[in-house]
Design a protein around this ligand. Structure first.
Ligand code: CTP
Ligand code: CA
Length: 227
């Protein structure tokens, strides 16, 4: 493989990457969020552009400069991320769900800012968000295209076992499994992972810059693209 912007093995391919973390509104000024920085998703978008792909980046609450050459679409909540991903993925050759999607959202978002009342605070009732990755793989299967779908997972324990079960549940082609805890992955520049394939493969990616991990993921995707 040639480096330095000369690698164009994704030329003519349309890829969609989600990045960042969703924010689920409690009221107009408050939300439930997570610590995803968006760096891994942005690295995936930047490396895909460098390899010649047409890239749509669905970005949830990321404080990073836009990757040059990517079509960036900003979203806030999981509901907005879902709509943007379903729309953008219809025409895509590759879909990567690198975003950290909130599993739950407040059942209702208050229309006005919640005030202290002097009484005990009301609990926030939660509702489960739809699983966007499952919906994307289902849609791919229904359409019968050769679209390659990639998921991410962060696990703290029994990484391979949990990863395999998650891969099967999601129905995606590749699952990039990060081992988290002890300051790893979230908010850092480096990342290490094992990439599990629906074909039974397991590829170790040693600790390194998120761009290097992104390039290895694209290598694995490239092997699975038809033509
Ligand atoms: N994901 C998604 N929609 C959700 C939750 C997760 O598309 N509502 C995607 C993430 O973007 C990621 C993958 O699913 O690519 C795995 O996310 P993860 O949180 O590890 O999986 P969950 O199914 O939510 O399981 P867990 O109970 O372990 O959080
Ligand atoms: Ca989750």
């Amino acid at each position: 493989l040639r480096r330095g912007g000369l690698e164009t093995d994704l030329a003519g391919r349309r890829v969609v990457v989600s990045a960042g973390g969703t924010r689920e509104p409690i009221d107009p000024v408050r939300f439930i969020g997570n610590r995803s920085s968006g760096r891994q998703g942005y690295a995936l978008a930047a490396t895909a552009v460098a390899r010649g792909a047409a890239v749509t980046l669905v970005s949830a609450n990321v404080d990073l400069p836009d990757p040059a050459g990517a079509d960036v679409r900003r979203v806030g909540s999981a509901t907005e991320l879902r709509a943007a991903m379903l729309a953008a993925s219809a025409e895509a050759d590759v879909v990567v769900m690198a975003a950290a999607v909130a599993d739950f959202r407040p059942r209702t978002a208050a229309e006005a800012k919640i005030k202290k009342s002097g009484a005990a605070p009301r609990p926030i009732e939660l509702a489960e968000n739809p699983d966007i990755l499952v919906e994307l793989t289902r849609e791919r299967n229904r359409a019968g295209t050769g679209q390659v779908v990639v998921g991410f997972a962060a696990e703290t324990d029994h990484v391979l076992e949990h990863g395999r079960a998650k891969l099967a549940r999601k129905g995606c082609d590749l699952l990039v499994v990060n081992e988290v805890g002890e300051g790893r992955a979230f908010g850092t520049a480096d990342n290490q992972a094992v990439v599990l394939g629906a074909d039974g493969s397991a590829t170790e990616i040693p600790n390194g810059p998120k761009e290097a991990l992104a390039d290895r993921v694209w290598d694995l995707v490239r092997e699975r693209l038809a033509g």
